[in-house]
Design a protein around this ligand. Sequence first.
Ligand SMILES: Cc1ncc(COP(=O)(O)O)c(C=O)c1O
Length: 494
Amino acid sequence: MKEMVQSPNSGSAGRSHGMGSRQIYEELRDQILGGVYETGSQLPSSRGLANEVGVSRTTVTIAYEQLAAEGFIEVQQGARPRVASSVLDHNSSSASPKRVVSVRLSAYGERLRTSTPWPDYLPNALKVDFRYGDLAPSDFPTLIWKRAMNAAMAQRPARLAYDDPRGSRRLRQALQGYLWRARTVSCNIEQIIVVNGSQQGLDLAARLLLDPADRFVIEDPCYRMARQVFASTGATPVPVDVDADGMKTALLAEVDARLAYVTPSHQFPLGGVMPIARRHQLLEWARHEDAYVIEDDYDSEYRYDINPAPPLHRLDGGSNVIYLGTISKTLSPMLRIGYLVVPLDLREAFATAKQLVDRHSPVAEQEALASLIESGSYESHVRRVRRLNGERRKTLLSALQRNFGNRIAIEGVDAGLHVVVWFNDLPQTLEAPLIAAGRLAGLGLHPVSPLYNRQENQRRADRVGLVMGYSALSTRQIDNGVRILRKAVKQLQQ
Ligand SMILES: Cc1ncc(COP(=O)(O)O)c(C=O)c1O
C-alpha cells in the first residue's frame, strides 16, 4: 500500500474511529487515478491493508468490491487485486489537455524542495510505536487545562485587537518566574518571546542570524528539524562530533561560524549531559568568534538520578546565548507553545520577525498557560509527569536488560524521554530489515542513522542503533514492544 493519508482520528485508536470503506475506496480511487498505482500493478491484500490501516478486513473488502464494480481494479480469487487496464479510459476520458506548469521557487523554496521531508507525524495503526516526541494523552491535565481555557475565553476582552508580538505580558511574567525557579535562568521579561513551539524559535533565529555565506555549528548526530531550518537559509552546516558528554567542544578551536546549535542538558539524540568544563569551552569559543549559541533546553524537566548542570544561559550571563524552551514535552506538542530568551540587544529584531511571521501566538492558550504557572499547577503537573515517565523509563530499561542482556548498549539514560539502544551483534546493514520486520509485527522502530550529518560518522555507528521514545506508552506496551523487538531481532539472525 502506498502511503495512505489517514484521518486525524485513525491510527492506533483506529479500530473504533478509523477509516470506513468509503474513505478507503476514495483514497485508493484517487491514488489509482493519480498514477500512484500503475495499470496492472497489485494492491495490497485485503488482510494486509486492513492490518496496515487498523480496520476490519470486511471494511477493506467492501472498498475493493466498489472499486471492482467501477472498473478500477480486477479481482481474482486467491490473488491480490490488480489495477485494471480500463483505468486508462477513466484517465483519458476525464483528461483535459495538460498544461505544463513550471514551478518557480525562490532560492529558499528550492532548498526546501530538495531537502528530505520528515513525514513522521502521520498517525499509524501500530501496536506499539517507540517514536520519539509523542506524549501519552492520559498524562494531559485535561480538567485543569479546560478550566484555564474556559476562564481565558470567558474574560471579556477590553478590545479585539492584535496583541504584543512578543507574547502575552502575563505569560512572559509567569515564564520569567518559572525559568528562574526551574532552571536558574535569570532574565528580564523584555527578553522573552513566546513562539509557536521551539521550531518557530529556531526558524526566527535562522532568519535573523544566518546568511547564505555563513556557517553554523551543529551536533553530529543532531536534531534534524534544527539542522534543516538552519540549512534552509543557505548557510553551511559544520557538524561537530558528539560523545557521551555531548558536543566535543575541543573540536571547535578550528571552527569559524556565526552560530552554534546545542542541546547541552540532554543531547539529542545520544543523550549526553554536557559537563561544566565543556560548557565554558563552548561559551569561550562563542565570545571569541562573536557567535551566538542556541541552547535548546527541550526536555530539561526530565532528569533522573543526576544533578542539574547550570544552563549555558546562566553561565554566559545571556549575551551570546539564546535560550529556547517548550511545553511540548510537559503538556503537549499539539499546543505549539515555546519561548525564547534572547539577548537584550536582539529583542527588537526577534519581536519584529515574530510579528512579520504571524503577528503573535494565539492569546487564549497563552493566558491559560500563564494561569497554570501562576497557580503552581504547571509545576505540580511537571512533577507528576516526571514520575510517570520515570516509571516508563525504568520499565523500558529493565525490559531491554531482560530481553537482550549484554547484547545491547544503552545510551542517554540519565535524562529526557528516550534512550538510544545499540545492538552489538547487528551490523548496520540489518537496520532496514529490522525496521521492516518490526513494522510487519506492528512495532514502530526508529533508527539513529538518519540523524547523523556525515556519512563517515554514520558508518562509524557500525551497529544498528535505535532511538526509543517511551513517553507515549503504557508500561504494558513497553514490555510488549520490547518482546516483539526481541522476536524481530531473532528472526533476522536465523
Ligand atoms: C531537540 C528538540 N528540540 C525541540 C523539540 C520540540 O520542538 P517543539 O517545541 O517545536 O515541539 C524536540 C522535539 O522532539 C526536540 O527533539
